[in-house]
Design a protein around this ligand. Structure first.
Ligand code: ADP
Length: 652
């Protein structure tokens, strides 16, 4: 009578369809997801009970119980955690409230294999139960409310679910899976224990199963059978993984812990587990994931560090524990010094937190440096100076160098933000940068490599920023560098120009944009070339004045350049100016852009420029020259129709 039917939020219905159609290949993960939710529910209760001990009622034990009934074809995961009331069950089990949801659905392709991979990254949580169940019943009661305020939630995983009030004396939640016929092998003690060992051994709570014993048949000829003993035994280690000495933790366990912490099914690239002693005492277990999450660029993206204080869970997403530019790192910090009632506000001001944040930052940079070295094991422990007593950094295949390339592809653009954000570690971050370059086909180069290859007489590290690699590679500004065989770094990330404004030099060598300021090749030009350039500049002086006059609304200046070989003209910005590419990007994003004009540089040797002198169509040619320079560097003429008209006039 009091049963209400609700429709799932559209995204949930879509996700459920995917879960039941794409995840057959790895059905067992459902158990990890449900145990993880049960464990989170207990953590939440433990935390709320710090302020309100009455919530623990007469059942202070926080635990997870796994039960099955072969005959009834059910598997039940019960926890004594925080529980849900009716409104919470409707909200939490009927909608998805996760950042990155929109991106996730936008990226789905319909290809089952690719989509299964994506779902793995997104994390299906509770809904993974429908991989093995054709119906799920959830019974729950929130801690601290009367037994009569329990709720039952039932769904077949299609478009809708039902809820009704129930009486439930026990606090917490039971998730009852009505197993499909093809999933009945999960109703088996051995199988379940194996899976718990594989995925959930490190969960800090006891996971219990009812004991079984063999009972002979009662009469002659009747087969014996396994019967339940009524005694519940703990089947996992039930100590928080990070509190164990590292020698007692296997690689599989570290990876298993990561998978449930990050809701990521792919193994991490590296991890680092340390107990830090000194002015502040804490344990850190930090992981570098193997791939970028869908919401890496989401402004509201949650940070990846869970904070515990003396093993009590305090909060997810403790953003104070790592700088923004390391937001891809996942892990746990367990502090011995912070108060249990620490709030987000308090975290911002805490000196201990600042020390932990700095320690974590150094540790992550150290892990990345270790990945760079081909033999990570041979590296000296990078944290020795900050009171780290117990160091273990683990990496599995592929080799360090390959892994760093993988890391860079996934997270390089985020790490670059550190140049602007983390002054103290700028030099270490600069060592970790990688860029495409004009001379290194396909592979990225470090600034150290670049410096080692610099030509005699070369005084700067040259780079260019553009929207795409092709645009960068073919930019006219590169012509003289190509001719002289000088390497130029090609930068195509949106963040590059902003980030580089914080990195004026690397190891004493200035970084110089080839599209900014006058080109000064210095000692890279020989005397004859310098003379010729001066002569050319002298000769075209009247032409420059004429161009300046015609293009006075568009350009700041017109000058002769040594940077061009094949092109007649190009645009550059003043030394301290914003590149045209960045200005364009900001304009598109609706941001204010300083109103500065570029400099038109011309190639005095080019036949077109030579022809310009005595032409009857001087004005048209001048405008075409300018508009083409805009086009060549990836922009659009202000008045495309006028450009077309002028070109056509000349063609005709
Ligand atoms: P996630 O765990 O990533 O938030 P889920 O789909 O697994 O996503 O769960 C959705 C929400 O349902 C959880 O955030 C939690 O609020 C609630 N929930 C799930 N399982 C339980 C449980 N055993 N006890 C209490 N709340 C739960």
């Amino acid at each position: 009578m009091s049963t209400q039917t609700h429709a799932f939020q559209a995204e949930v219905a879509q996700l459920l369809h995917l879960v039941t159609h794409s995840l057959y290949s790895n059905p067992e993960i459902f158990l990890r997801e449900l145990i993880s939710n049960a464990s989170d529910a207990c953590d939440k209760l433990r935390f709320e009970a710090l302020a309100n001990p009455a919530l623990l009622e007469d059942q202070p034990n926080l635990e997870v119980r796994i039960a099955f009934d072969k005959a009834a074809k059910t598997l039940t995961v019960t926890d004594t955690g925080i529980g849900m009331n009716e409104a919470e069950a409707i909200l939490h089990l009927g909608t998805i409230a996760k950042s990155g949801t929109k991106d996730f659905f936008a990226q789905l392709s319909g290809d089952q294999k690719a989509d299964a991979q994506l779902i793995g990254q997104f994390g299906v949580g509770f809904y993974s139960g429908f991989i093995v169940a054709d119906r799920i019943t959830v019974e729950s009661r929130r801690a601290g409310v009367p037994a009569s305020e329990g709720v039952r939630w039932v769904s077949r995983g299609a478009g809708e679910f039902e809820v009704e009030p129930i009486t439930r004396p026990e606090r917490g939640t039971s998730v009852i899976l009505h197993l499909r016929d093809d999933a009945l092998d999960f109703a088996d003690a051995w199988k379940l224990k194996e899976l718990i060992g594989k995925y959930s051994d490190h969960i800090a709570l006891p996971i219990k199963m009812e004991g079984e014993k063999w009972e002979e048949g009662k009469e002659e000829g009747q087969p014996g059978q396994m019967v339940k003993t009524g005694e519940w035994e703990t089947v996992n280690q039930a100590t928080a993984l990070w509190t164990r000495p590292r020698k007692d933790v296997t690689d599989e366990q570290y990876v298993g812990f990561y998978e449930q912490l990050a809701h990521d099914w792919q193994p991490p690239l590296a991890w680092s587990h340390n107990r830090v002693e000194g002015s502040t005492e804490y344990t850190q277990l930090l992981y570098i994931p193997g791939h970028a999450p869908l919401d890496l660029w989401d402004r509201d993206r949650k940070a990846g560090i869970k904070l515990y204080v003396r093993r009590v869970f305090i909060m997810d997403d403790a953003e104070q524990l790592l700088p923004r530019y390391l937001r891809f790192v996942k892990g746990v910090v367990d502090s011995a010094d912070l108060p249990l009632n620490v709030s987000r506000e308090l975290l911002q001001e805490s000196r201990d937190v600042r020390a932990i944040r700095e320690g974590n930052t150094r540790r992550v940079l150290g892990m990345l440096e270790d990945l760079v070295k081909a033999e990570p094991a041979a590296a000296p422990p990078s944290g020795a100076a900050d009171g780290v007593t117990d160091v273990q950094d683990k990496n599995d295949a592929p080799t360090g160098a390959d892994k760093y390339a993988l890391f860079w592809r996934e997270f390089g653009a985020v790490l670059k933000e550190g140049l602007g954000e983390d002054h103290a570690n700028r030099d270490r971050i600069a060592q970790l940068l990688r860029y495409a370059s004009t001379t290194s086909d396909g592979v990225t180069v470090s600034l150290t490599d670049y410096k080692a290859r610099m030509k005699d007489g070369q005084k700067a590290i040259y780079y260019i920023t553009a929207d795409t690699l092709a645009a960068a590679k073919n930019s006219p500004q590169l012509e003289v560098f190509k001719k002289k065989g000088i390497e130029v770094l090609l930068m195509t990330d949106r963040v590059d120009e902003w980030a580089l404004s914080y990195l004026r030099d690397f190891d004493g060598t200035p970084l110089q944009s080839v599209a900014k300021g006058a080109v000064d090749l210095g000692d890279l030009q020989d005397e004859a070339e310098k003379k010729a350039a001066e002569q050319a500049a002298e000769n075209v002086k009247p032409l420059l004045d004429k161009l300046k006059h015609v293009l006075k609304d568009q350009v700041e200046d017109v000058r002769v350049t040594a940077r061009l070989v094949d092109s007649p003209a190009c645009l550059v910005v003043q030394d301290a100016g914003m590149s045209m590419q960045l200005a364009r990007m900001l304009k598109q994003a609706g941001q204010p852009v300083p109103d500065t004009k570029p400099v038109l540089e011309i190639n005095a040797e080019h036949p077109l420029v030579k022809k310009l002198e005595g032409s009857d169509h001087f004005d048209d040619l001048a405008h075409i020259l300018f508009d083409q320079a805009v086009l060549a560097e990836g922009g659009l003429p202000d008045d495309p129709a006028a450009y077309v008209r002028r070109v056509n006039t000349l063609l005709a």
